[in-house]
Write a protein that binds this ligand. Structure first.
Ligand SMILES: Cc1ncc(COP(=O)(O)O)c(C=O)c1O
Length: 420
């Protein structure tokens, strides 16, 4: 079966690494984009060209290169704002990754520099997350409740790998200050029902943050339509470089929040005993930012927009349907997460009875050049919930093909023979 939604063969030519041979002449089968995606020539060349011909610091250099660099950096912000439907470009803050964006928001709570009642936090107040979160959306909140004496609560996960909303009214209450959940799980592939959670949060006056690290690269995402308060995502999973992430936040909330890191370029004026701060977004971008990385992410957004996020989503849906069928044929394979296409993305995690995922990953790599991720995928509590230490995860992107899924299935049959 070949995909009908995208010209995948043409797309694959944009990604130099996909035509690489691995040692021993094996072709590369890259099924680890949920971890980090590959980069097209358009992104690589934009970054190279900027470094070679335009590079300078941004926002402060009074010369041609300074203005070219500033212009390219700020135009990347425009592109990101348009890509996620941000009402204002100033609501897009460049961070170093999604983890930093999540930490930035967590830091705003219970901070004496922030007197806005929506952000005050102490004993009796609650933060709600879920059991399917990546560690990046768990640990910052654990650190926050340790600092403030507030309480951390979480949604459970059903056996099918869905957010358990059965206790929603008891979990999200007048005591809740913020609900922070994944838009799409990096292990289960589950896409969470944001509207339902948001409706309850609005009833009780709580803020809502989405960790969209696994949704923005794969689906059309519009922050204004989602109507949440904060969205975090990361460049390296969306054909962009590492070292750059994004926090989108509602303008009036960002105004109310204190800066996260102090340093150059985030200030308005500095005295020896106090400072005043630059307007949003610069208030949150202390020091020399990841200039070339932001520009590279702008090129990534151009690339994805050129293909169309509807087409990317449709292609991955076809791959996921194909993979769900194909994996069902592998004996003693147990999928962790929804086994229907309903509200799920192209991330499939599974176990093979009696075989450790590390052995699965090693044989797939050594013998067939198939790159998957093995382990707990930075979601240890979720694995504990399912009573397993680790899974093997195949994750798809716009450049993957059904032939690669066939190769995975053949590889898994081989792994089973080795351990028979
Ligand atoms: C759902 C989710 N959240 C957060 C992150 C963290 O992204 P980063 O390491 O770029 O901060 C990841 C990365 O794997 C992820 O999958």
């Amino acid at each position: 079966m070949t995909s009908t939604s995208l010209d995948v063969e043409r797309i694959r030519k944009d990604f130099p690494v996909l035509s690489r041979e691995l040692p021993g002449g094996r072709p590369l089968v890259y099924l680890d984009s949920g971890n980090s995606s590959q980069k097209p020539t358009q992104v690589i060349e934009t970054m190279r060209e900027h470094l070679a011909m335009h590079y300078s610091n941004v926002g402060r250099a009074m010369h041609v290169l300074g203005s070219e660099s500033t212009e390219a950096y700020e135009s990347a912000r425009d592109k990101l704002a348009a890509f996620v439907g941000a009402p204002s470009r100033d609501e897009v803050i460049f961070t170093k990754n999604a983890s930093e964006a999540l930490n930035l928001v967590a830091y705003s709570f219970g901070n004496r520099a922030n007197t806005d009642p929506r952000f005050t936090l102490g004993p009796g107040d609650e933060i709600v997350i879920s059991e399917m979160e990546h560690h990046s959306n768990i640990v910052p909140w654990q650190m926050l409740v340790q600092r403030t004496g507030a309480t951390l609560k979480w949604f459970g996960v059903t056996d099918e790998g869905r957010l358990d909303l059965s206790g929603l009214p008891e979990l999200v209450t007048e005591r809740t200050k913020i609900v922070s959940i994944a838009h799409q799980s990096n292990v289960l592939g589950t896409v969470n029902p944001v509207a339902e959670v948001l409706a309850r949060a609005r009833e009780v006056g709580a803020l809502v943050m989405l960790d969209a690290s696994q949704s923005v690269p794969h689906h059309p995402v519009n922050v204004a339509e989602l109507d949440v308060d904060f969205v975090a995502f990361t460049g390296h999973k969306m054909v962009g470089p590492s070292g750059i992430g994004v926090l989108w936040g509602r303008g009036e909330l960002l105004e109310a929040m204190p800066p996260f890191l102090g340093g150059g370029e985030m200030i308005e004026a500095v005295w020896m005993d106090h400072s005043t701060y630059a307007p949003v977004p610069h208030k949150f971008e202390a020091g020399t930012p990841p200039i070339v990385e932001a520009i590279g992410l702008g090129a990534a957004v151009d690339y994805l927009t050129g293909i169309g996020m509807d087409a990317v989503e449709a292609h991955e849906r076809e791959l996921t349907a194909y993979a769900l069928d194909a994996l069902r044929e592998v004996p003693s394979l147990h999928l962790i997460g929804p086994d229907s296409l309903d509200l799920r993305g192209g991330t499939l995690s599974f176990t093979l009875a009696g075989i450790h995922p590390h052995d699965v990953g090693q044989i797939l790599d050594d013998r067939f050049g198939i790159a998957v991720r093995v382990g707990h995928h930075c979601a240890r509590p979720l694995h504990l919930r399912f009573g397993i230490p680790a899974t093997t995860r195949a994750s798809f992107y716009l450049y993957n093909t059904t032939a690669e899924i066939d190769a995975l299935v053949r590889g898994l049959h081989h792994v089973q023979k080795v351990f028979a």
